[in-house]
Design a protein around this ligand. Structure first.
Ligand code: STR
Length: 420
């Protein structure tokens, strides 16, 4: 009997699953394996099977497909109890009700205020604050450089990590005294070396912290986005406490973790491509190009978990079966030769064609903080090189260690010499 539908279901996407290493150091190797496995590849995430999208064109199509949803309850493995809270990546999906986990009209309701607060025009109002934070942290770097043996300082812990935390903290109204606690909890949350029980406990503690903040602002509104999220939408349903907490969690996590990667990866790319750095410092190539090429070539988000098929979705001659989980592998998408050409693996800010990356996603869930991260990096990078024109890496590039994190692309530390 010829049964094309069932046959497609069994045979495609074919090939063995690419096993994603939780402690991966060789991201280029992983990216190449994923790319070779095809546009829609089978992967295994700590024993859990899923599909991942490795091509720009297919991601662009699937990210606007309403049959793929964020709702965890649509996941077959979850429904059947084969994935539980013991799985170390569950926190990337089961993050509470927020704009990150809901689709359709409800998603618009949850997201509108946030996207309105983060438009390029509104961001101009906080540019002076970001510039001030940047200058303060550059002073801290200079101080640290004087204090430390051989003048070696960690660009991550002294500069690239605290800056995004201060910016998102200011926006959301999180007091500076809480920043070290938050940075430490997110470090532990993302690290695959953290025991799962501990990870779940710290997520619960974060929930308690954000809930207290929301209640405080509900009682005494301030001039921050948390207060704005609490206030009723004109003519619409106000967000519930759970929804405000969910949004706050999502925004602090996203605003903090990803921008660190953007800043560090851009500095690293420039220091390992001194000819290109020269062109930037000479004003031949704008910083925006550095930022966009870094986002494409060395994206802060390696894989984004996860969407679920509410029905069978035909993709070429493959089928995403109802209930299957779909990851978007942004790293592979940024290195897609079908979209970026044969030089996709090269960092090249002189490339003649425009950089059309999709690192911030596409469709309704496209990153609402994209403009903010561009403003932050657009201030931080030129200010760093203006202050320390002789900046260079203090260790060989191969010695830089990636954090033991599966979904993000962030360094353990970045030792630099400030004065060459
Ligand atoms: C981390 C844990 C949490 O409390 C809330 C969220 C929701 C937003 C997520 C975040 C997560 C992990 C990092 C994400 C972010 C949205 C953008 C960011 C996925 C699950 C990226 O890396 C693109």
């Amino acid at each position: 009997m010829n049964c094309p539908h069932a046959a497609a279901r069994e045979t495609a996407p074919s090939g063995a699953a690419v096993v994603i290493d939780p402690l991966v150091q060789d991201l280029d190797g992983e990216t190449a394996r994923l790319r070779d496995a095809g546009p829609l590849a089978r992967i295994e995430l700590l024993g859990v099977p899923a599909l991942t999208v490795t091509r720009h064109a297919l991601a662009r199509q699937l990210l606007v497909d309403p049959r793929l949803v964020k709702d965890l309850d649509a996941w077959g493995l979850w429904q059947r109890g084969e994935v539980t809270h013991e799985w170390p990546l569950i926190g990337m999906i089961d993050a509470g009700r927020s704009m990150f986990t809901v689709d359709g009209a409800e998603h618009r309701r949850l997201r509108t205020k946030t996207s309105q607060a983060l438009t390029p025009r509104r961001l101009e109002e906080i540019r002076p604050d970001i510039e001030k934070f940047t200058q303060e942290l550059l002073d801290a770097l200079a101080e640290e450089g004087k204090r430390c043996e051989n003048g070696v300082v960690d660009l991550k812990s002294v500069f690239a990590q605290p800056l995004p935390m201060r910016v998102v903290g200011m926006l959301m109204g999180v007091d500076e005294t809480e920043h070290p606690m938050l940075m430490e909890r997110y470090r532990a949350f993302f690290s695959m070396l953290t025991p799962q029980e501990e990870r779940m406990a710290l997520l619960a503690e974060l929930d308690v912290f954000y809930t207290a903040l929301v209640r405080e602002r509900a009682a005494r509104p301030a001039d921050d986005l948390t207060s704005a999220l609490i206030l009723a939408e004109e003519g619409g349903e106000p967000l519930t406490e759970e929804e405000v907490v969910g949004n706050l969690k999502a925004m602090v996590a996203a605003g903090h973790e990803t921008t660190i990667g953007l800043i560090l990866n851009a500095v690293r790319a420039l220091l390992t491509h001194p000819g290109q750095l020269r062109k930037v410092l000479d004003g031949e190539i704008p910083w925006e190009t550095v930022i966009e090429e870094t986002l494409r070539w060395d994206t802060p988000t390696t894989h984004l978990l996860m969407r679920f098929a509410t029905e069978d979705i035909q993709v070429g001659d493959a089928v995403i079966a109802k209930g299957e989980g779909v990851v978007i592998s942004y790293r592979a998408i940024g290195r897609d030769t079908e979209h970026h050409g044969p030089g996709a693996d090269d960092f090249d800010i002189t490339r003649p064609t425009p950089i059309r990356h999709m690192t911030f996603g596409h469709g309704p869930h496209i990153c609402p903080g994209a403009a903010l991260s561009r403003v932050e990096a657009g201030i931080a990078l030129p200010a760093l090189f203006a202050r320390f024109p002789g900046l260079r890496a203090a260790v060989a590039d191969e010695e830089l260690r990636k954090l033991p994190v599966m979904t993000q692309n962030d360094m353990e530390a970045f030792p630099v010499l400030l004065h060459g």
